[in-house]
Design a binder for this molecule. Structure first.
Ligand SMILES: [Zn+2]
Length: 295
C-alpha cells in the first residue's frame, strides 16, 4: 500500500513466488482519464536480467481503459473487457515470470509470432465455465452466471468464423506474396491483389480485409510479412490450452511445464523448441479449428 504510484487510479502489487521469494512488481492502471491513450497494453518499467551474478527482477504494468466504478456501482466489465484484462495479464505473466540473463531477450522480447501465445492462452481461462463460475456473479444478488448464458456465449463465439478465418488468411497470404517478390517491376497493385485472390481460390463474396496501399502492417512497423502471426499464435494457444483441458485447467504440473518452458524463457531459445519442450510435440491446428467451430 505504500508503494509510490503515478496516479490515484494506479494500484501496485508485489508479486511473490509460492515460496515467498520476490518475483516482480506489478502495476495496474485500468481506468480512463483525460489525456490517457486509448486501448490496452502491457509494458515494463524495468526488464529482468542478471548483472554481476545478481538477479534484477522486472517491474511490469498493465494499462487499460475499462468501465470506471461510480458512486453506486462497481466497475462492471463487458465480456470483451474481461478478455482484454486476461489477455494483458497473460503478457504481464510473461514479463514477470521470466528468468533470462540478458534484458534484450527477457520477458516478452520474443519473436512476433510467439509473443501472443502467453496472452491469448490466458483468454481461454477468462471464458472457461469453471473460471466464469468463480468471478461472473451478479453484482447485486451474487447469483453465479447461469449455464444457459454460458452456452449462449459459447455458441456466439462460433458465429461467422468461416468468413472471419477465410478473410484473415487471404490478407495474411497477400502480405506474404508481396514480400516474396524479388524483382523490381512496375506493379499494378489492384491486379496483383486480384491474382493472389484467384491463386488461393478466394470467392467473390469475400474480399481482403484491407487494401495493400494503406494497410500499415504490410510494409511498416516490424510486421513485414508477419500479419499471419495473429492466427499462428492462435494455433499455438489453442493447442497449448488443450494440454490444460487434458489434465485439468488448474493442473499444477501442466502449469509448471508452461511456466518453465514458455513463460520463463523469453526469447532465449527457438520458440518451436520451447513449445515442443512444453507440449511434447509441435502444435496441431485441429484445436484452432475446433475452437472456431470449423471442425
Ligand atoms: Zn497481445
Amino acid at each position: 500500500k505504500d508503494m509510490p504510484v503515478y496516479h490515484p487510479d494506479v494500484r501496485a502489487f508485489e508479486v511473490k513466488d509460492a515460496d515467498g521469494k520476490h518475483l516482480a512488481v506489478f502495476y495496474t492502471d485500468y481506468f480512463p482519464r483525460a489525456g490517457k491513450r486509448a486501448g490496452a497494453w502491457m509494458y515494463n518499467f524495468r526488464e529482468a536480467y542478471v548483472q554481476d551474478g545478481k538477479e534484477v527482477r522486472p517491474i511490469v504494468y498493465n494499462v487499460a481503459n475499462f468501465t470506471k466504478p461510480t458512486a453506486d456501482t462497481p466497475s462492471l466489465l463487458t465480456i470483451d473487457e474481461v478478455q482484454t484484462l486476461f489477455h494483458e495479464f497473460g503478457h504481464a505473466l510473461h514479463g514477470m515470470l521470466t528468468r533470462c540473463h540478458y534484458p534484450s531477450v527477457s520477458g516478452t522480447s520474443v519473436a512476433r509470432d510467439f509473443v501472443e501465445l502467453p496472452s491469448q492462452i490466458n483468454e481461454h481461462w477468462a471464458t472457461h465455465p469453471e473460471v466464469l463460475k468463480l468471478y461472473a456473479k451478479h453484482y447485486q444478488t451474487g447469483e453465479v452466471i447461469p449455464d444457459s448464458l454460458i452456452a449462449k456465449m459459447e455458441a456466439a463465439s462460433k458465429f461467422n468464423q468461416g468468413f472471419a478465418t477465410t478473410e484473415f488468411l487471404a490478407a495474411a497470404i497477400l502480405d506474404m506474396r508481396w514480400h516474396e517478390i524479388d524483382e523490381v517491376e512496375e506493379y499494378d497493385v489492384r491486379q496483383f491483389e486480384k491474382e493472389v485472390a484467384q491463386s488461393v481460390g478466394l470467392i467473390d463474396e469475400i474480399t481482403y480485409r484491407y487494401r495493400s496501399t494503406y494497410f500499415s502492417h504490410i510494409f511498416t512497423n516490424d510486421y513485414c510479412a508477419g500479419y499471419y502471426s495473429y492466427i499462428w499464435a492462435e494455433v499455438l494457444d489453442a493447442d497449448a490450452f488443450d494440454a490444460f483441458k487434458e489434465h485439468g485447467i488448474f493442473d499444477p504440473a501442466t502449469a509448471k511445464a508452461f511456466r518453465e518452458n514458455i513463460l520463463e524463457k523469453g526469447g532465449s531459445e527457438d520458440p518451436m523448441k520451447l513449445y515442443r519442450q512444453f507440449r511434447g510435440a509441435e502444435p496441431n491446428p485441429d484445436a484452432l479449428l475446433r475452437n472456431r467451430g470449423l471442425k
